[in-house]
Design a protein around this ligand. Structure first.
Ligand code: TQI
Ligand code: CA
Ligand code: ZN
Ligand code: ZN
Length: 172
């Protein structure tokens, strides 16, 4: 079963268009075009299940959601920890911050199960989960759900389960 954050915060129900900016990329070797494509695909999973729309914008100042790669202590009290452990974190609505651990062996294209690194992590899978948090979903007790709080390294999991869909549709 899905859950929400305490108090069930959400983006305003009248606001159907949310914008995002990919702002801090200095700490990753993944190129900009690839990042744009992967995050667009991750947002599309959620827009397909809701009346929400997501558009990338170049300006962080105008963006509802900001996405960036950070290493170690990056000033928000939630330090990253090197390969594996915490992969990424996102804050509840309407904060909009989504941070990824720059130390992960991110796989942005191709088959993560065949990656050369045994600590490889699929970027799109983590993005789909963190966008769930950005929109207001907490964790699910359903092992098949995107919002289930465990992912195996070298695994791709990007399809919303009906539990995720019912959860997000009940919030928006
Ligand atoms: N990051 C945790 C997560 O996103 C951070 C976190 C813990 C959190 N509790 C939270 C965020 C409550 C919001 C609300 O769950 S993580 C997974 C999963 C992580 C974990 O790096 O451990 C995924 C990132 F669910 F598979 F375990 C992505 Cl998909
Ligand atoms: Ca980590
Ligand atoms: Zn952070
Ligand atoms: Zn989570």
């Amino acid at each position: 079963l899905y859950s929400y954050f305490p108090g069930s915060p959400s983006w305003p129900r009248s606001k159907k268009r949310l914008t995002y900016a990919i702002t801090d990329t200095a700490a990753t070797t993944i190129d900009r075009a690839t990042l744009s494509r992967v995050f667009a695909r991750a947002f599309a999973r959620w827009s397909a299940a809701t009346t929400l729309n997501f558009t990338e914008t170049a300006s962080a100042r105008d963006a509802d959601i900001t996405i960036g790669f950070h290493a170690g202590d990056h000033g928000d009290g939630e330090a990253f920890d090197g390969p594996l452990g915490t992969l990424a974190h996102a804050f509840s609505p309407t904060d909009g911050r989504f941070h990824l651990d720059a130390a992960e062996a991110w796989v942005a294209a191709g088959d993560v199960s065949r990656a050369s690194s045994d600590v490889a992590v699929d970027l799109e899978s983590v993005a789909v989960h963190e966008i769930g948090h950005l929109l207001g979903l907490g964790h699910s007790s359903e092992p098949g759900a995107i919002m289930y709080p465990t992912i195996t390294s070298r695994t791709r999991k990007v399809d919303l389960a009906s539990d995720d869909v019912v959860g997000i549709q009940s919030l928006y």
